[in-house]
Design a protein around this ligand. Sequence first.
Ligand code: ADP
Ligand code: ASP
Ligand code: MG
Length: 408
Amino acid sequence: MPRLVMKFGGTSVADLDRIRNAAMKVRREVERGFDVAVVVSAMAGKTNELVGWVDRTAQFYDAREYDAVVASGENVTAGLMALTLQEMGVPARSWQGWQVPMLTNSSHGAARIMEIDTTRLVQKFGEGLHAVIAGFQGVSPEGRITTLGRGGSDTSAVAFAAALEAERCDIYTDVDGVYTTDPRITKKARKLAKISYEEMLELASLGAKVLQTRSVELAMRYKVRLQVLSSFDDLPGTLVCDEEEVLESRVVSGIAHSRDEAKLTVLGVPDRPGIAAAIFGPLASGGVNVDMIVQNIGADGRTDMTFSCPVDEVPRAVKALEETRDAGEVKYVRLDIDENVSKVSIVGIGMRSQAGVAHRMFEALAADGVNIKVITTSEIKVSVLIDRKYLELAVQALHDAFGLDKAS
Ligand code: ADP
Ligand code: ASP
Ligand code: MG
């Protein structure tokens, strides 16, 4: 029988009525003849609540226990979904990550999937039993529960789709597809019928949380046909697929943003070989995800190193930098911190062959009086760091400037 993976995010399983609504979509696919693996998230808000409990219990917590706590939200929805399906006459059972098993490495809180043993799942499909899998969680080689990072149920879904050689991986969420930008920021955002893996990968990694970055990486690597669609209506969604399949061609396909960023500048560090490694090594070991980096060498031969990271990682960054300074490894004069910045990025494969895209972006921002603090580019994206109060304005200005509200 052909196989299908159907993933339901937090808002799609937020209460018993919504679980029922999702289960009806599952039943429809079962009736079409699929063996279905349903991957579920925790109920909306549940994971945040669990994370909050951990934070309030221990500031610098044991990540293994963090995972033991935050993985539990998915256990509840997996069981409830299996029960709901049974009530509807669809034979199903729930699977927690360790029961499958889905083996990950031991990077608690951001674990990577190493192997999914589908033997037992497939055997149960053979007995007519559909699977409901708790997303976001796996088991480490040490036998401890792990989680895949926030939004990780998307990655579970794609990984199961690859492992089960599913015909498709359908991601049901609270929007009916991938839009030119977050529809919560501008009403002018337009749904894309198709988007390439590469562009989706950039958008996701630059903050468009509709799909977790890793899920797109896996889909691209294993050629999983990935579809994003609404769990609340029956509209066609967005297909994430190979570049060649995308008919629309435009310079910029989408705009992503990441609201809660911080900019840190380490001022007055000696300009010598190894200094960047001496700064960024401890930050990495301290669990800080450094994003943009700019180095400036002043006339006095000293260096200012500016970098950005998520705002909630600032305490860890400060701790790592202060420890490095106190150990005499990096002597800096001052540390400046700006916790009120956001990142806005334009993404498009058309940029590869078009000059002047960055210039158009900077002009559009300047026309609205938005000051740019840091810039980074890659082949298919340009990102800028700006004051958070201009975030919505900047996204809207860029959306207009690149004509994203109009179908091409
Ligand atoms: P789920 O709980 O189903 O995993 P998420 O909240 O993680 O859902 O992701 C869906 C949200 O992603 C949408 O509500 C939307 O606000 C946001 N989003 C950000 N960028 C985009 C985009 N380009 N297209 C669609 N949704 C986007
Ligand atoms: N429940 C987890 C989270 O909120 C995983 C997910 O929803 O994808 O991050
Ligand atoms: Mg999500």
